[in-house]
Design a protein around this ligand. Structure first.
Ligand code: 5GP
Ligand code: ZN
Length: 113
């Protein structure tokens, strides 16, 4: 847990954000700059910088389970969706608290930009 980490503050409830889903170890909320009709971020409640630091599998499992739940609840499980974990500078990670993007509601392109 870090005082100056935005996503820690969101997970703690210090920043007013509506959770679209949550479980014991992870929370999900809409991205402030959506890149698709469905764009939800799923983060562990505990501070983990990126998947490289996710030595304890429990928060990672919780993020994956919640991402699947979100995809179903948002109605994109049937049509398909993309789960993205940007990691490090070249991966495009801009917030240093592990987060999975659940993107759906439109066809995704490959290769990604
Ligand atoms: P990254 O680029 O690190 O993979 O993703 C970070 C994401 O967090 C971006 O898509 C960005 O729009 C989102 N984001 C940054 N600040 C906030 C915020 O204060 N609230 C919400 N809901 N999303 C944020
Ligand atoms: Zn954090």
């Amino acid at each position: 847990m870090s005082d100056d980490c935005l996503f820690c503050r969101i997970a703690r409830g210090d920043v007013p954000v509506l959770f679209v889903a949550e479980n014991a170890l992870a929370v999900a909320f809409r991205d402030i700059h959506p890149q698709a009709p469905v764009h939800v971020l799923v983060i562990p409640r505990a501070h983990v910088e990126s998947m490289l630091e996710a030595t304890d599998p429990a928060p990672m499992n919780a993020v994956m389970q919640l991402a699947i739940e979100v995809a179903r609840a948002e109605g994109v499980a049937g049509s398909g969706f993309r789960l993205v974990l940007n990691t490090g500078a070249d991966g495009g990670q801009s917030v240093s608290h592990l987060h999975a993007h659940v993107l759906g509601g439109r066809a995704m392109h490959w290769p990604p930009g």
